[in-house]
Design a protein around this ligand. Structure first.
Ligand SMILES: Nc1ncnc2c1ncn2[C@@H]1O[C@H](COP(=O)(O)O)[C@@H](OP(=O)(O)O)[C@H]1O
Ligand SMILES: [Mg+2]
Ligand SMILES: [Mg+2]
Ligand SMILES: [Mg+2]
Length: 284
């Protein structure tokens, strides 16, 4: 961004990649592989054509002492390194990034054991960037969540009761997405970029539900958000209320959409509102 040249590549219809997506993935994957050589890492971007070695100054070698000081939950105590799958979305909200909507951008690192998302990080590199002379001077902020422990890095808030504020896609909408929104009869709809950003809106009390009744999101979009949201008392599934799996051989596409609520107890109501016509299209 500071070079003034984003290095945009069109991967498909309405699907962009920038130099920031490529560099962030290389930084994250190289750093994690160095510290944890036996974990399986699956990232959004294809790195096979990249022959450039990772610059040493990109390698993150330290850990967060506060998180390391926490008590590991009993059911995760005996997990072996080779059982861990890490889903990396180096830049979530690329479409908005290319349009200068920098506060929609997040970096998502999700940790799965077996088929379950158990932990994750949502980093907001441009958090409150308007308060700084240049966007890249913003220190950003890092939110984490671990199943059985809770969350950190932000102040969780609960949205106003008795209202239905829904967040959904800004750049990947279609008739199915709209039909599901209409059926909910929302008080307000927040159309923003990124799965990470939308789940942040839930945990900050700005929206009650994230509704995306379409294929399009992938496992790297939902693994970290699901783990953190769940540790915060929320719930993320497909549009029919079925959980997604995160093992290494699962299909990458979330073919049945995304339905997430800030409070787990509200989830069944939203799932029950999905019209049959939408349900049929997404049930495969
Ligand atoms: N129809 C589609 N085609 C490609 N990607 C899609 C898509 N619908 C959603 N996605 C992906 O899902 C993520 C969230 O989408 P949205 O902002 O529209 O809610 C984005 O991740 P990336 O920005 O990491 O690629 C986006 O690319
Ligand atoms: Mg994404
Ligand atoms: Mg991405
Ligand atoms: Mg992308």
């Amino acid at each position: 961004m500071s070079k003034g040249e984003l290095g945009i590549v069109e991967k498909g219809k309405n699907d962009l990649q920038t130099e920031a997506d490529r560099s962030a993935q290389q930084c994250i994957v190289s750093s994690l592989s160095l510290q944890f050589p036996s974990i399986k890492i699956i990232g959004e971007e294809d790195q096979s054509s990249n022959s450039c070695p990772t610059p040493p100054e990109w390698l993150v070698t330290e850990s967060d002492p506060n998180v390391l000081g926490l008590q590991c939950p009993k059911d995760l105590e005996n997990v072996k390194e080779e059982e861990v799958i890490v889903w990396v979305d180096p830049l979530d909200g690329t479409s908005e990034y290319t349009q200068g909507l920098l506060d929609h951008v997040t970096v998502l690192i999700g940790v799965a054991v077996g088929e379950k998302a158990v932990g994750g990080v949502i980093h907001q590199p441009y958090y409150e960037y308007q308060n700084f002379a240049k966007p890249e001077l913003s220190p950003g902020r890092t939110i984490w969540g671990i199943s059985g422990i809770g969350t950190g890095g932000f102040d969780p808030k609960v949205a106003e009761e008795g209202k239905r504020i829904i967040t959904t896609t800004r750049s990947h909408s279609n008739a199915l997405v709209q039909a599901a929104l209409d059926a909910i009869q929302p008080d307000d709809v927040l159309r923003v970029g990124g799965a990470g950003h939308k789940v942040m809106l839930l945990m900050e009390g700005k929206a009650h539900a994230y509704v995306f009744a379409s294929a399009g999101c992938k496992k790297w979009d939902t693994c970290a958000p699901e783990a953190i949201l769940s540790a915060a008392g929320g719930h993320l599934t497909d549009m029919l209320g079925r959980p997604y799996q995160y093992h290494a051989s699962v299909q990458h596409l979330n073919a049945s959409g995304v339905l997430a609520t800030a409070r787990k107890e509200d989830h069944a109501w939203y799932a029950s509102r999905v019209p049959d016509s939408v349900r049929e299209k997404l049930s495969s």
